[in-house]
Design a protein around this ligand. Structure first.
Ligand code: ADP
Ligand code: ZN
Ligand code: ZN
Length: 723
């Protein structure tokens, strides 16, 4: 027999299938990890196929050395998924396979946890009366049976226990044990579904893709849990994805309370050992529900009855480092493979997903009111330019300070949201609010400090940095954003003695930092929580009656085509934190562009209106989902090499462009915005195609990259971040 093997290495030349002889005495299955001779080395590889006959000259083939595990770590479905991802996303086979197993397994850094046990031998002799401790141990074991070695040793001492083992009174055994991640214990509360929830659960019953559009507080989580229970009752399994940042201790605890040992939880807080053991519980079918962040989509769970992507619009579902993929694509593949339902849930669906629902590809399920029947909090837009003209140069507007004072007096709570993301910053006139945009692409320009230039991240056009506002002539030009620390200091000055908490990457990087801050905030009345995206979702605090958004424009003027959509989503999410209980909440939204349409729609919670407007804009300017953007990124230590590779490829693509006319909307070559990362130079080719011909052109474009190209090449489809 012969095995088709993919070598677990990054080199481009190895990105194909190699043939090896399976020695007669060896048992090898598809999906198994093996060690194979390669040149002078022994490398790890994955068996992706078995053949009776070999394609190459048998006399030149080498034999597999041995298997790494005694079972196939890659299941059939995942092998198919590998092929799909390699074909569709132009990824290397080995880099895809690595997604399917815990990284610690590849590097052999985790071992199974082996626990030692002790128990009395059947015909034991009682120790002498002088060995008092030994006698105690024997009595204890007699009464309680088999015990962990470590426990007995802790209780009675190592020496007497060891002596008993040595003289044959006690026998020792070893067992493999699963490491169980810790979680908070909460009660399993199961609620009677509201009529809207019931309708959603009843509708979602076929092997189709559903878009569950439910406002914040409409009770989507209860719908998910009910659906999961149903598939478990049908003997199937469930996979649910939640953005990492929403996988709060509270959420994890709720799932554990509802599904007990049936659920495996996969999140970044796990140790390598815990991750490995959870993976194994999934692999061997002990866990029948998986709840986890993005990478959990690759869980080796079989017989899926449902896949759920909560907060489906979240950009964290796009993997932006190698290998690059969109979780939606993977979920759609698995849905078809397993013939199961796929549910995409959100209060603010992505424009892409909603467009699919409008076109009938997805079935739309709506939950337009909150469980408790409460109205959505009122959003008040504050014009910061007006504030400035009236002499207020502070971070906080007069209305926000007024509302904060109210909260403090009533001993209630407030959240202050600060939007920070990415390295990019825009320039804005502080007098009139003007922000420079690309003349061709209608996205904001990014300020590059080193060159003191403004650049468009879609077409590469450069513009002079602003020193005078082209709109009003003012010299008051600002860039950069206010940070959380600064806001906390200002608040402390305004409200001495009031507990103020900060939640951002800095304060949550310590273990349990996240939980600690939230627990302290919960009890602080009055109290103010200042935070980034982390506070935007998932938390349910009854006494939060006010949410302040310091600078809503921060996300609006990010240089990417999804920035307006993202701003709408953020405002809606953040607003959802206010007034979760019977008390109506209020949101103060500070902006320098109060008349921007995104704020008009967001303050009215008019998602459909927003969708129409935004979708039209994307149609006219030819951006996704009405066109496809492809970026090819080249990187190499030597700048000339990468520039040459890129140019060569570009010239070939230019010929393709000529054949396709209007369908090849846009093509340019340039240095990447982040021109050098970790000593590697980066160049890129940017393209846009109409949807009609996108697959066809994409394939041809991909084929222009040949073996001779020395740079590392990355293909990105509709990327979020163009750095
Ligand atoms: P969403 O995810 O849609 O924003 P949640 O799932 O967080 O909404 O639910 C909002 C609140 O309503 C939660 O506090 C939840 O416990 C509660 N809830 C959900 N379903 C019900 C129900 N059927 N009856 C009573 N309370 C419910
Ligand atoms: Zn101006
Ligand atoms: Zn441009």
């Amino acid at each position: 027999m012969f095995a088709k093997v993919i070598i677990d290495q990054d080199a481009k030349a190895l990105d194909r299938v190699f043939e090896y002889i399976i020695p007669d005495e060896m048992q090898v299955c598809e999906g198994q990890r093996v060690l194979v001779p390669f040149g002078a080395r022994i490398l790890q590889g994955f068996v992706v196929g078995l053949e009776k006959e070999c394609e190459y000259d048998e006399s030149k083939l080498k034999s597999i050395v041995r298997c790494v595990e005694n079972f196939p770590v890659i299941k059939k479905e995942m092998l198919c998924l590998m092929q799909y991802m390699a074909d569709r996303l132009h990824l290397k086979l080995a880099s895809v396979l690595r997604l399917f197993i815990p990284s610690e397994m590849r590097t052999d850094k985790v071992k199974e946890l082996i626990v030692r046990f002790v128990e009395l031998e059947e015909n034991f002799v009682l120790p002498s009366a002088r060995a008092k401790k030994q006698l105690e141990i024997v009595c204890f074991l007699q009464e309680h049976g088999k015990q962990k070695f470590a426990d007995i040793s802790n209780q009675f001492g190592y020496a007497p226990l060891n002596a008993l083992v040595k003289n044959g009174t006690v026998k020792m055994s070893e067992e493999q044990e699963n490491r169980v991640p810790t979680f908070d214990k909460v009660e399993n509360v199961k609620r009677k579904l509201t009529p809207l929830q019931q309708r959603a659960v009843d509708t979602i019953c076929e092997n189709k893709t559903y878009l569950l559009h439910g406002v914040t507080g409409s009770g989507k989580t209860e719908v998910y849990m009910t659906l999961i229970e149903r598939v478990l009752n049908d003997g199937k399994t469930a996979l649910m994805l939640v953005p990492e940042i929403s996988l709060t201790p509270q959420v994890l605890a709720n799932f554990k309370a509802r599904f007990g040992d049936k659920v495996a939880l996969i999140h970044s807080g796990l140790s390598a050992g815990e991750r490995f053991d959870e993976w194994k519980r999934i692999f061997f079918g002990q866990a029948r529900v998986v709840v986890g962040a993005r990478s959990a989509i690759f869980s080796p769970i079989e017989n899926l009855g449902i896949i759920i992507i909560d907060e489906e619009h979240e950009q964290s579902y796009l993997s932006e480092s190698n290998p690059r993929y969109d979780t939606h694509d993977i979920a759609l593949f698995r849905q078809k493979y397993n013939n199961c339902a796929l549910v995409l849930g959100s209060a603010t669906p992505s424009i892409e997903s909603y467009a699919h629902a409008i076109d009938g590809d997805y079935t739309l399920v709506e939950m337009p009111v909150r469980v408790n029947g409460m109205e959505m909090p009122k959003i008040v837009v504050v014009d910061m330019l007006m504030e400035m003209r009236q002499g207020n140069n502070q971070i906080f507007s007069i209305p926000l300070i007024y509302e904060l004072k109210n909260i403090v007096e009533q001993k209630k709570q407030a959240m202050i949201f600060i939007n920070r993301r990415g390295f990019s910053s825009f320039q804005r006139c502080r007098n009139c609010g003007y922000v420079a945009k690309c003349t061709d692409c209608d996205v904001s320009l990014v300020y590059h400090r080193f060159e003191n230039k403004l650049k468009c991240h879609y077409c590469g056009k450069r513009f002079r940095a602003l020193d005078v506002c082209p709109s009003c002539g003012s010299h008051d030009i600002k860039q950069g954003a206010v940070g959380t620390e600064r806001v906390v200091i200002e608040l402390q000055k305004l409200f001495p003695g009031v507990p103020i908490f900060r939640m951002d990457n800095d304060t949550t990087s310590v273990k349990n930092g996240h939980r600690k801050i939230l627990n302290e905030f919960r009890d602080a009345k009055p109290g103010i929580l200042v935070g980034t995206q982390m506070i935007a979702k998932g938390h349910d605090f009854e006494d939060v009656l006010l949410v302040g958004i310091v600078d809503a424009d921060q996300s609006l003027y990010q240089a990417d085509f999804r920035s307006i959509e993202r701003t709408f989503q953020l405002i809606t999410q953040v607003a959802g934190r206010a007034g979760r209980s019977a008390n109506q909440g209020r949101v103060i939204l500070q902006t320098y562009s109060p008349r921007h349409y995104v704020y008009q729609f967001a303050t009215n919670y008019d998602y459909k209106g927003f969708f129409q407007r935004e979708a039209n804009l994307r149609k006219v300017t030819k951006f996704p989902p009405y066109a496809r953007i492809v970026r090819i990124l080249f990187s190499h230590e030597n700048e000339k090499t990468v520039a040459d590779d890129c140019k060569l490829c570009y010239n070939k693509i230019q010929k393709i462009k000529e054949d396709y006319g209007q369908d090849f909307v846009y093509l340019d070559v340039m240095k990447a915005p982040l021109n050098k990362i970790k000593n590697k130079f980066r160049y890129q080719i940017m393209m846009r195609f109409t949807l009609d011909k996108a697959d066809e052109i994409e394939k041809k474009v991909y084929d222009t990259i040949d073996e001779k190209c020395k740079s590392s090449v990355f293909f990105e489809i509709n990327p979020n971040n163009l750095s």
